[in-house]
Design a protein around this ligand. Sequence first.
Ligand SMILES: NC(=O)c1ccc[n+]([C@@H]2O[C@H](COP(=O)([O-])OP(=O)(O)OC[C@H]3O[C@@H](n4cnc5c(N)ncnc54)[C@H](OP(=O)(O)O)[C@@H]3O)[C@@H](O)[C@H]2O)c1
Length: 267
Amino acid sequence: MLKAYAGHWGLVTGASSGIGAEFARQLAARGMHCVLVARREDRLRALAEELKAAHGIRCEIVPADLSQPRAGRELLAEVSRRGVAVELLVNNAGFGMVSSVEETDVGRALELVQVNVAGLTELTLLAAKEMVARGHGGIINIGSIVSFQPVGYMGVYAASKAYVLHFSEALWAELRPRGITVTTLCPGTTRTEFFDQAGVPGWAEQNRGQDVTSVVRTGLKAFDAGRHYVVSGWTNYLLSLAVRLATRATVVKGTMSVFQRRAATHD
Ligand SMILES: NC(=O)c1ccc[n+]([C@@H]2O[C@H](COP(=O)([O-])OP(=O)(O)OC[C@H]3O[C@@H](n4cnc5c(N)ncnc54)[C@H](OP(=O)(O)O)[C@@H]3O)[C@@H](O)[C@H]2O)c1
């Protein structure tokens, strides 16, 4: 758990847009100093200026490409060189891909695994070791509604988010008695740049995506309560439970129609 937000440091990956930028805004509003991480430095710089002016907090920006092996290790070393002890780590950086097997860019798929799985694992374990030594701290990892099921045409991404939930829940159980909270926030469709990057622009708007403010508020509330995971939105929560009632084949076949038309346009 955290000693306090105000006056302590939080590190948010993927802070240059969407859910990550909103995490930084809500943490800064609680008086937390922020380390902002992503590749787009101009965006990080603009957000840092905004947060410092609005909340009088301190902000560090660290431009980093988390698809590079060892990027997490180098990031934490840089943060430590700047004299920052990370009390709260928000592993939010990530991206998705919607594509049929034929059109899948295998290199991009492996980059996805590096950012969503390997990079997150490296940052989580290294930060958790420091937190265990201090006896307090917290980690919020961003899963997804697809953490609960495989999804046709989105197999690599959905599997990466299943990993995030399983890995993080195991750490929640292990580290809870050591004074560290590990919470997984599982958003449903949320209005960010995510679907533009994933190859289905406009998807979130067409499918009544949630806004980032409520998604992040839900995540922080669950973290404050020491919960192992939370799904944002009641409908999404019910969907995450509903998949337990059907056979695995029924569930995965049922997902095929979601992105099928989009994949077909590339045939
Ligand atoms: N939007 C949704 O419907 C939804 C639903 C469930 C879960 N999620 C999850 O929520 C998280 C945030 O996504 P979002 O919706 O806010 O999408 P977004 O607006 O596209 O933001 C993604 C963030 O990740 C960063 N990122 C991507 N690749 C990176 C890399 N190689 N190195 C460093 N940073 C990288 C991006 O920064 P740069 O491009 O500047 O590097 C950006 O700040 C992701 O983990 C996503 O899987 C989203």
